[in-house]
Design a protein around this ligand. Structure first.
Ligand SMILES: *[C@@H]1O[C@H](CO)[C@@H](O)[C@H](O)[C@H]1NC(C)=O
Ligand SMILES: *[C@@H]1O[C@H](CO)[C@@H](O)[C@H](O)[C@H]1NC(C)=O
Ligand SMILES: *[C@@H]1O[C@H](CO)[C@@H](O)[C@H](O)[C@H]1NC(C)=O
Ligand SMILES: *[C@@H]1O[C@H](CO)[C@@H](O)[C@H](O)[C@H]1NC(C)=O
Ligand SMILES: *[C@@H]1O[C@H](CO)[C@@H](O)[C@H](O)[C@H]1NC(C)=O
Length: 318
C-alpha cells in the first residue's frame, strides 16, 4: 500500500494539531486521536460554523469536560481571507441560498437568545446560551495564534504532525503563506471537506440533500481552500462526502450512553441524529488509514471512501 499503509504507525510517535470550528459536542475528534495513540499538541479555532472566538470557547469547554485542560487552545483567524457576511450573502443572491450558512449567515438575535451560535454582526461577541456543555472556566493560550503555533510545531516535530482541518482552511492557508516550509514539514493535511463529486445533489430539490452536499468549509473561505489543497503537504487526505454515509442513529446514541460519563451524556443528549459523523470520520481516517475501503489518488491528493466508522466511534463507550 506504499504511502497509504499503516506499517510504521506503531514505531513512530504521532502528533496532531486539530483545527476546527468547534461546537458544543466537539470532543469526538480529539478523543479518537488520543485513543489512537496520537499526542495532541493543541487545538486551534477557526471561523466556520460560527465565529472563531465562540468556536474556540467550545473547544475549551469540551476539554474541561474530560479534564484535558493540559491541551492548549490557540485562537485562529476571525475572518476568512477575503469573505465577509456581506460578500457571502451577495454570492448567494447570484448562486442560490445555502441551507446552512455558518458564521456568514444573517444575524438573528432571537435565535441566539434561544441557544444558536452567533452569525454575522460583531465577530468577537460570545453567546453563552449556546454552551449546553457548560461555559468554559479556562482560557485561551494567548502567547501566539493558530497559524504561528502550527508553523512553530512543524519545525519542532518535522514530518511527524498530522494537521487536521475540519473547518474552513483559513489558518492552514495563513501558515502556508507565512512559511514556505510549513506544508512540507507537516506529515499530512487531513481535511473534512473536499466534496468534488456531489454538486448535482445540491440541485436535487431536497433541502437536506443540498445541505449535506454543500461543502460549507470550502465555501466560507474558498481562497484559503485553494491555497491549502495546492500546498506541498506530503499527503492530503480529503474525507469528502464519504462522511455523509456515516449517520448516527438513536439506537447508537443510546448504546453509547449505556456507559455513563459527562462525554456520553453530552453526546446522547445533544449530538442528535440529523447530521452525519463528518468531523469524526475525518479524525478516524487520520488515526487509522486502514478503515478506508476505497482510495483514489488524485494529482496531489487522495480521496478516501469508507464504511466502517461506527467501530471507531464506539471506542468512546469503553
Ligand atoms: C474530571 O475530574 C472530576 C473531578 O476530579 C471528576 O469528578 C470527573 O469524573 C473527571 N472526569 C473525567 C471524564 O474523568
Ligand atoms: C430567527 O430565529 C427564530 C428562532 O429560531 C426564527 O423563528 C426566525 O424565523 C428567525 N428569523 C429569520 C429572519 O430567519
Ligand atoms: C487570553 O485573552 C482573552 C481575551 O481575548 C482573555 O479573556 C483570556 O483570559 C486570556 N488568557 C489568559 C490565559 O490570560
Ligand atoms: C502557552 O503556549 C506556549 C507555547 O506556545 C507555552 O510555552 C506556554 O507555556 C503556554 N502558556 C500556558 C499558560 O500554558
Ligand atoms: C472505488 O471507487 C471508484 C471511484 O468512485 C469506483 O469506480 C470503484 O468501483 C470503487 N471500487 C470499489 C471496490 O468499491
Amino acid at each position: 500500500m506504499g504511502a497509504l499503509g499503516a506499517t510504521n504507525l506503531q514505531s513512530e510517535k504521532r502528533y496532531a494539531i486539530l483545527d476546527n470550528d468547534w461546537l458544543a459536542v466537539g470532543f469526538l475528534p480529539f478523543l479518537l486521536a488520543m485513543k489512537g495513540g496520537m499526542e495532541i499538541l493543541g487545538l486551534v479555532s477557526v471561523t466556520g460554523n460560527s465565529w472563531q472566538k465562540q468556536c474556540g470557547l467550545h473547544a475549551l469547554a469540551n476539554l474541561e469536560i474530560g479534564n484535558l485542560t493540559c491541551i492548549p487552545v490557540y485562537q485562529g483567524a476571525t475572518w476568512p481571507l477575503i469573505n465577509t457576511p456581506e460578500r457571502f450573502q451577495a454570492w448567494e443572491s447570484v448562486h442560490g441560498k445555502l441551507p446552512f450558512q455558518g458564521a456568514l449567515g444573517p444575524l438573528n438575535v432571537t435565535a441566539e437568545q434561544q441557544g444558536k451560535n452567533p452569525t454575522s454582526g460583531d465577530p468577537n461577541r460570545v453567546t453563552p446560551e449556546a454552551f449546553v456543555e457548560g461555559f468554559p472556566k479556562t482560557n485561551f493560550n494567548n502567547s501566539t495564534n493558530a497559524a504561528s503555533f502550527m508553523v512553530q510545531m512543524v519545525h519542532d516535530y518535522p514530518h511527524q504532525i498530522s494537521i487536521y482541518a475540519a473547518g474552513p482552511l483559513t489558518n492552514i492557508a495563513l501558515a502556508v503563506r507565512m512559511d514556505p516550509l510549513f506544508a512540507s514539514l507537516a506529515k499530512e493535511l487531513v481535511i473534512m471537506g473536499g466534496y468534488v463529486d456531489s454538486n448535482m445533489l445540491q440541485t436535487s430539490g431536497s433541502l437536506e440533500q443540498a445541505n449535506i452536499n454543500s461543502d460549507i468549509n470550502f465555501i466560507i473561505d474558498p481562497e484559503a481552500a485553494k491555497i491549502a489543497v495546492n500546498a506541498d503537504f506530503p499527503e492530503i487526505i480529503l474525507a469528502g462526502n464519504v462522511a455523509n454515509q456515516v449517520q448516527p442513529t438513536q439506537g447508537f446514541l443510546d448504546e453509547v450512553y449505556q456507559f455513563k460519563n459527562s462525554f456520553t451524556r453530552l453526546f446522547h443528549d445533544h449530538y442528535g441524529t440529523r447530521f452525519p459523523f463528518w468531523d469524526e470520520t475525518a479524525a478516524a481516517l487520520m488515526v487509522d488509514r486502514s478503515i478506508a475501503l476505497n482510495k483514489s489518488r488524485g494529482k496531489s491528493y487522495i480521496t478516501l471512501f469508507i464504511s466502517k466508522c461506527y467501530e471507531e466511534i464506539e471506542l468512546i463507550s469503553e
